[in-house]
Ligand binder design. Sequence first.
Ligand SMILES: Cc1cc2nc3c(=O)[nH]c(=O)nc-3n(C[C@H](O)[C@H](O)[C@H](O)COP(=O)(O)OP(=O)(O)OC[C@H]3O[C@@H](n4cnc5c(N)ncnc54)[C@H](O)[C@@H]3O)c2cc1C
Length: 438
Amino acid sequence: MQGFPFSTSFWFDDEIGASPPLRRDSQTEVVIIGGGFAGLSSAYYLRRCDPDIHITLIEAKHIGFGASGRNAGFVMNLPPLLWLLDDLANAQRVDDIRWTTAMILEHINAMGFLLEAESIDAEWTHTQHMLVARNCIEAATLRWLATRFTAAGLESSYYNGDATQMIGYPARAVLTFPVVLMHPYKLARGLQALLTRHDVQVFEQSPVTQIASDGKDVVVKTSGGTIRAQKAVLTTNAYIDRGALQTNIALPKASIYHTYLLATELLSPELQQCISPTGQPFADPSGSFFYGRLHDNRLLFGGIDRESRNTLADDHHLPSFERLYAEMLRRFPVLANVPLAAAWGGAVQETSTKAPIVRYADSNRNLVLNTGYGGGSGVGMGLLSGRLVAALIFEDATDVDALRLIDLYERSRFPLLGPVRTATGVVKQMLLGWFREL
Ligand SMILES: Cc1cc2nc3c(=O)[nH]c(=O)nc-3n(C[C@H](O)[C@H](O)[C@H](O)COP(=O)(O)OP(=O)(O)OC[C@H]3O[C@@H](n4cnc5c(N)ncnc54)[C@H](O)[C@@H]3O)c2cc1C
């Protein structure tokens, strides 16, 4: 049986540029709680909107400690994934989805330009993501997905037939679409350094133990001191420890899921060629959603797993890693003798609609919630989220795009007929495929 070299995250290094903990009471105009991409993006857009406002970001462990520093580094230009199952005969809905996709793309591109302009090395690379079909049902699923991508305004290309020149396991079809790959921890640390240069005060190793409102200010307590702020933004996502954080403010309910990743030891160019001849990342089209990418001569192979409670034991849940490893070898038997360099997991918070929560807390307009960034497209939406937060904090009615996206997230509902639509669409594509082959 494979032994797993568990770590918190393969990406973490020596925490270069780490900030000190909070050691005294202080006042600020806006305090952001949580140093993942949602928190970093909130600080960035607040600073962009007001160069003088006093902003403090407070993080329980270190910047990028949560999902933002553990993820696979895919920045997807996708709306909340369940939106793809919506009724596309509804012209208004299609317009909303297309508009959201364009908005996310615009912000992903803007992030790329920012990193370049600020010389932040986050290994930001544009490439094509491959969804790989191994049987006729998956191939039909891909054809159905292609129609959904087109409706959503996403470029994609469908390759039918032998795809051995694209992926190293037997495939019947491949659907490609643009994606950005990056190094998540370098991105988080790079954004932190940028914010520090722009006078955002960052405190690490400072878990918030209490959030309260005294009618005027939001009062945020840590063991090292208390921050009084006119406004607060909560971006703790799945990493919030509800047991250790007291608050009289109603927090949204969401489930917590885990995602797991393995990194192999260094691979020869020949082995890498066997995995992904084009060097492009790949994933299953099915609900199990296993995925992989080559990074620095290693394969990173991941999968989404079960609902969890977000404990340390969940991060290293052995049966999940055994399943993940078996899935990796099922696709790439050539890796059977290659040792693993790292195995890690992380939690994400997901709403039932897979749309994030960006809104004022119930009964308190001084607290903005910015959370619920689940797997798959969480990074892309999280990096843009600060724009929405800024519109709420500054009560800026002129940023109509931000308000429209907030409204779309808020009105998002589980598409009840979505599974039926998917099944019908896939069956239709299977029949069409067979007719074409006749
Ligand atoms: C293994 C894995 C792989 C993934 N792969 C992808 C991918 O390839 N592409 C993609 O789009 N998405 C992916 N995701 C999802 C993506 O990482 C998340 O959607 C995104 O990072 C969430 O960012 P966030 O800022 O909302 O939350 P987080 O990054 O979790 O940040 C929350 C922060 O709040 C801090 N915090 C919690 N409680 C307190 C407190 N009391 N006081 C102070 N601070 C506190 C935490 O320490 C943490 O740093 C993956 C997730 C995981 C776990």
